[in-house]
Design a protein around this ligand. Structure first.
Ligand code: CA
Ligand code: CA
Ligand code: CA
Length: 315
C-alpha cells in the first residue's frame, strides 16, 4: 500500500506521507521498524515504493533524500517509470529500465508512475551468534538510514523530446498536399504506437491539426482512424512509419478524399448524384463521376454516392 500527497504546480512535488510497497524479504518497512531486520539478521535490505504522478507521461527528473550512511554501509537508489499500472510481475511491460541515481542527480523518465527502490547494505558480515547487548557493543547494529525521500517532476529536463504533428484535411484535388481549397478535418483520431504496442491517441482540432509532445527517440507507427466514406490518399492506407529523433519535430499530414464527392465541393449531395446520373454509362480513365475508379460510370458509382450522401465538411 502506498500513501502520498501530490502537490500540483511549481515546484510540482509528490511527498510520501507513508508507505510502502515492499518486495522480496521485506526487511524494511518505511516509517516504522525501518531497518529492524537488517540490524539483527541481514546485511542487505531492499524496499520499493511507487509514486503516482496523477497523469500519463509525467516527466520525472530528480530524487532528493536525507541519509545517514555510517562507514561500512551504503545506500543504492534505483528508479524506473511507466504509464501502465505499477507492476506486480517482472519484467513490467512498458516500463523503463532501472536507472541508478544519486541524491539530487537529474535524470529523465516518463510515465505516470515512478517506482523507487532503495537498497541498504553493509559490510562486514554480521556476527550472527552474538546477543543484542554484545552485538551493539561490537558495532554490529550499524545500519544506513534513508529518510525524507522526495521525487520532483521537472519540466525543464535537460533531455528534450520530439514533437510529432501534422494536419488532417479533405484533399479536394487528391494531390496529397494541403491546398488553399482543402478544408480541415476536425475530430479525427491519430494514434502513435511504439514497437512494444504502447499507444497514444490524439484528435485533430478545429484546424485539423494534431500534435504529440514529448515523444522519446525511436521508431513509431502513425495511424489515422479513417471514418467510413473517406479514402486515405496520403500516406497510403492512412498510416506510416516514422523515425523520431531528440529535439526535433516530425510532420505528417493526412490527406483524405471524400468518396462520392464528384464535383469536389467537399460535400456529397444532390449535385454529385446528378453528375453521376448525367454521366451514366460513360467509359474512360479518371472520370470524376467514376467514383470507384473502375473505368465506367454505372450503378456501383451511384450506390457509393447514395451510401455517402450527406457526408463531407460543412454540408
Ligand atoms: Ca490538396
Ligand atoms: Ca460534392
Ligand atoms: Ca465506376
Amino acid at each position: 500500500m502506498t500513501f502520498f500527497t501530490y502537490n500540483p504546480g511549481p515546484p510540482d512535488t509528490i511527498t510520501v506521507t507513508g508507505c510502502v510497497t515492499c518486495t522480496g524479504l521485506d526487511p524494511y518497512n518505511y516509517n516504522d521498524f525501518t531497518g529492524a531486520l537488517l540490524r539483527f539478521a541481514l546485511n542487505e535490505g531492499v524496499w520499493r515504493t511507487v509514486y503516482d504522478g496523477g497523469c500519463s507521461d509525467r516527466i520525472w527528473g530528480r530524487l532528493n533524500w536525507n541519509a545517514f550512511i555510517p562507514p561500512g554501509t551504503s545506500i543504492t537508489v534505483r528508479v524506473r517509470a511507466g504509464n501502465p499500472l505499477p507492476p506486480n510481475q517482472l519484467p513490467p511491460i512498458g516500463w523503463s529500465e532501472w536507472l541508478t541515481v544519486s541524491n539530487g542527480q537529474e535524470f529523465c523518465l516518463r510515465g505516470r508512475y515512478l517506482e523507487i527502490e532503495v537498497r541498504l547494505s553493509r559490510t562486514p558480515p554480521v556476527v550472527r551468534d552474538c546477543n543484542y547487548e554484545r552485538c551493539g557493543r561490537e558495532g554490529e547494529f550499524i545500519t544506513p538510514i534513508l529518510y525524507d525521500i522526495r521525487a520532483t517532476s521537472l519540466c525543464e529536463c535537460t533531455r528534450q523530446f520530439a514533437t510529432v504533428r501534422g494536419k488532417v484535411f479533405c484533399d479536394t484535388e487528391r494531390d496529397g498536399v494541403p491546398g488553399p481549397n482543402d478544408l480541415p478535418l476536425a475530430g479525427w483520431a491519430i494514434t502513435i504506437e511504439d514497437p512494444n504496442g504502447n499507444r497514444l491517441t490524439h484528435f485533430s482540432n478545429a484546424n485539423g491539426e494534431y500534435r504529440f509532445e514529448n515523444i522519446p527517440e525511436g521508431e513509431y507507427r502513425l495511424v489515422q482512424m479513417t471514418p467510413p466514406g473517406w479514402l486515405p490518399i496520403n500516406p497510403v492506407g492512412g498510416q506510416t512509419q516514422i523515425e523520431v529523433r531528440q529535439n526535433s519535430a516530425v510532420r505528417v499530414d493526412f490527406a483524405n478524399a471524400l468518396i462520392g464527392d464528384v464535383n469536389s465541393d467537399q460535400c456529397v449531395d444532390d449535385a454529385d448524384l446528378l453528375a453521376v446520373l448525367f454521366a451514366f454509362g460513360s467509359v474512360g480513365e479518371n472520370l470524376p463521376e467514376d467514383v470507384n475508379m473502375d473505368g465506367i460510370v454505372d450503378d456501383a458509382d451511384l450506390m457509393l454516392v447514395l451510401f455517402n450522401f450527406g457526408n463531407g465538411v460543412g454540408c
